[in-house]
Design a protein. Structure first.
Length: 716
């Protein structure tokens, strides 16, 4: 590892959340400053740094030094300390006061400020209030330095250190020294191994119960991230033993302690002993008990006959309901909770529109919702009714992670309809159903063959399979879409059948194509040609074409495809580099996390309207609404020429291109392919290998999620 010493000359960029930094380091006897990049928390211009790492070559910016470790070097000489304090870096100390402090304490000055600030009152003009101001400013300025030194001394990389600082702030050092295993609970993405490294260096024994408890919590958090609501005790103990290096039997007391502290719950039934994180157990049990409470209430006395329903819908929507749709509408009116499910082209949206008109006729308030902003907007567009995200309706407070609407403060609604319900996980469904008054009717609409929720559980499927609520499955594909290859092939995939990809006759165009390519690099070349030359003839606007892929990594992953497509599709000059992604005017971008201040949500796609490089600002156009991002907020954006299939849920695009290679093997599933195909409205092209297609078709692993909602709903 190479080590450089120098003065931090300029902070070019620093992300306040993960501390990713681009800076100029001025090294003695070298005329030009060196560009350093890396996760450098708590560094300031004018400070001396010792940076260890390696040289890398950036394709645009040339040679850079990638910092893997660093430390702030405080000055040791009187002249150095005088200059350091006189710079104004520490609030409360100006140049004149710095001179007096250093004249008095000389080389002990910085040690006095850090460890014996009371002695500062020996200086004329420094009283109690001034001393406190200086001490607080020093501690604030150097808290990050202390934490970084502690972490690096314990072998923790700077990237992980940034995540710890972001989570704990000024309390980080105290927490790490007193309870390093808190990391396993509070920062799952870092988890137990890193916490264990710190604790073991501090002398914690392998069989220490706190260590084993932290290991169990880490494993249960991993189980949650895999989509499960609980873990089976033998498997949890076995994997925890493998991770910690102790005998599985030793976890029994640790589990009992976690149950006593109310962090974990255990449930025993014919399937075995199930271990839950308490919040997931509460959520799953809460869904079941609240649904039973709603179902126990008398159904509303609807007195509309089928003829009246048919006439009303025809008058308001100019749509004549099919016999299947009419039967569903008339029966839905008699139920407290119902599920409406069906594949593409079976009329789910028409049913929602019809139900809204029928409920409005009876002067009942109807609320339409969906899990994501994109799905809510789409629902609003196709129904002509207002639709909102579940988080917005429930009054989600992002800062405190709480919901304004709950059991004590329910929604004011007669009928609540949630669309794209396959995307709703156990925790969100719990908060939703807790906020529903028992007098309300609840209509759940979704397609069980799509990908399950990103979060834990398989809520829609469990509710259907419980047999406790009325389920209306739409099976008839309407004549106007029956000839659509997209719809027909999607239904083939849904049924586990290999579609018959007949090539159209010469001169004819089709809605669906499968282009055989075995090698990932050839897949990329074909997608570039399709997006740059062939498809734009029919779909000229960049937001009409969406490339989908199962994974982020690899040749045909989102990262590489976005870089390649940006190079070909956007010839705009300049741009702003943020964390290795260059954002340019006319780029297609996606917002990555809910931002309630900007009113932009995870998965929203827009076009970069303007890049103001002199002010480090970017303006993004979201359907005609301009949203501003400064340089520190650009980590909320990524390129969106290609997105993952998971991110596409709840959206539709005019043309969809799907990359499918055997390199995507870990994620090749039937429901993933089905979800990707049903995103396209007018054109779907699969580019990849027949082998990958076959692997996806034969892999139907959604049933492997461990949930118990179905059984809880069935229980008396």
């Amino acid at each position: 590892m190479i080590t450089l010493n120098g003065i931090l000359d300029r902070l070019t960029y620093q992300n306040q959340e993960n501390h990713y930094t681009v800076a100029k380091l001025r090294i003695p006897k070298i005329s030009d400053p060196v560009t350093i990049v890396g996760h450098l928390a708590g560094v300031f211009e004018g400070e001396s740094l010792e940076v260890s790492g390696k040289w890398i070559s950036h394709p645009k910016y040339g040679d850079q030094f990638k910092a893997e470790q660093y430390k702030v070097l405080l000055p040791a000489t009187v002249s150095g300390i005088r200059k350091y304090l006189g710079s104004g870096m520490i609030k409360g100390i100006g140049k004149s006061l710095a001179e007096r402090i250093v004249d008095h304490f000389e080389e002990k000055t910085l040690d006095i400020i850090e460890n014996e600030p009371e002695k500062l009152k020996q200086i004329p003009g420094i009283g109690e209030a001034k001393k406190n101001t200086i001490a607080q400013a020093w501690n604030s300025h150097h808290a990050v330095r202390r934490v970084m030194q502690f972490l690096q001394a314990n072998g923790v990389g700077v990237h992980h250190a940034a995540a710890i600082l972001q989570t704990y702030g000024s309390r980080a050092l105290t927490i790490l020294q007193q309870d390093p295993y808190a990391i396993a609970r509070d920062i799952p993405e870092i988890g137990f191994p890193l916490a264990d490294m710190i604790a073991m260096r501090a002398g914690v024994e392998k069989e220490d119960e706190k260590r084993l408890q932290a290991c169990l919590i880490h494993r249960l958090l991993s189980v949650e991230q895999e989509g499960h609501v609980y873990g089976l005790k033998p498997q949890v103990f076995k994997s925890s033993a493998r991770l910690s290096g102790v005998d599985p039997a030793l976890f029994e007391p640790a589990l009992e302690a976690l149950i006593d502290s109310d962090d974990v719950t255990m449930e025993i039934d014919e399937d075995g002993t199930k271990i839950y994180l308490k919040r997931l157990y509460r959520a799953e049990s809460g869904i079941a008990s609240r649904m039973k409470a709603i179902l126990s209430m008398p159904s509303p006395p609807h007195r509309l006959g089928k003829d009246q329903i048919l006439e009303e819908v025809l008058k308001k929507l100019a749509v004549k309901l099919s016999a299947e749709q009419l039967n569903v509408v008339s029966n839905v009116l008699l139920e407290k909770i119902v599920v409406i499910t069906g594949g593409p082209g079976t009329g789910k949206t028409t049913l929602i529109r019809a139900l809204c008109e029928v409920f409005n006729l009876q002067h009942l308030s109807v609320v339409l919702s969906a899990p994501t902003g994109r799905a809510a907007r789409r629902l609003s567009e196709v129904t002509g009714q207002k639709a909102s995200t579940l988080h917005k309706l429930l009054g989600f407070d992002h800062e405190n992670q709480t919901f304004e609407r709950n059991f004590a403060s329910p929604l004011e609604v007669d009928v609540f309809i949630v669309d794209e319900a396959s995307m709703v996980d156990t925790l969100l469904m719990y908060h939703l159903i807790e906020a529903l008054p028992v007098t309300a009717s609840f209509i759940i609409v979704g397609d069980t063959f799509q990908l399950p929720s990103v979060g834990p559980g398989n809520v829609l499927s469990d509710i259907i399979e419980s047999g406790c609520v009325k389920v209306f499955s739409l099976t008839k594909i309407f004549r106007q879409v029956k000839e659509s290859p997209i719809i027909m092939h999607a239904h083939s995939i849904r049924n586990g059948e290999m579609p018959d990809f007949e090539k159209p006759n010469a001169g004819e165009l089709s809605e669906f194509y499968f282009i055989e390519n075995q090698r990932p690099e050839k897949v990329v070349d074909t997608i570039i040609e399709l997006c740059s030359k062939r498809i734009p003839q029919a779909f000229p606007h960049i937001d009409e074409i969406q490339v989908l892929t199962p994974m982020h990594r690899g040749e045909a992953g989102t990262i590489n495809l976005n870089q390649q497509l940006q190079r070909v599709l956007n010839d705009s000059k300049g741009g702003i580099d943020a964390g290795g992604i260059v954002f340019k005017r006319n780029d297609k971008v996606m917002h990555l996390k809910n931002n309630y201040e900007k009113d932009v949500f995870n998965g929203d796609i827009g076009i970069v309207h303007e890049v103001i490089k002199s002010e480090s600002r970017v303006l993004v156009d979201y359907d005609g609404r301009l949203v501003e991002y400064d340089i520190l907020e650009l980590d909320e954006l990524t390129l969106a020429y290609t997105i993952s299939v998971h991110k596409s849920q709840g959206s539709e695009y005019a043309a969809v291109i799907i990359a499918l290679t055997t390199a995507h093997f870990p994620l090749l599933q039937r429901n993933l392919l089905y979800t990707a195909m049903t995103r396209g409205k007018r054109l779907v092209i699969i580019v990849g290998s027949s082998k990958a297609l076959e692997l996806a078709l034969n892999n139907n692993k959604t049933a492997l999620r461990l949930t118990n909602l179905k059984q809880k709903l069935r229980a008396p």
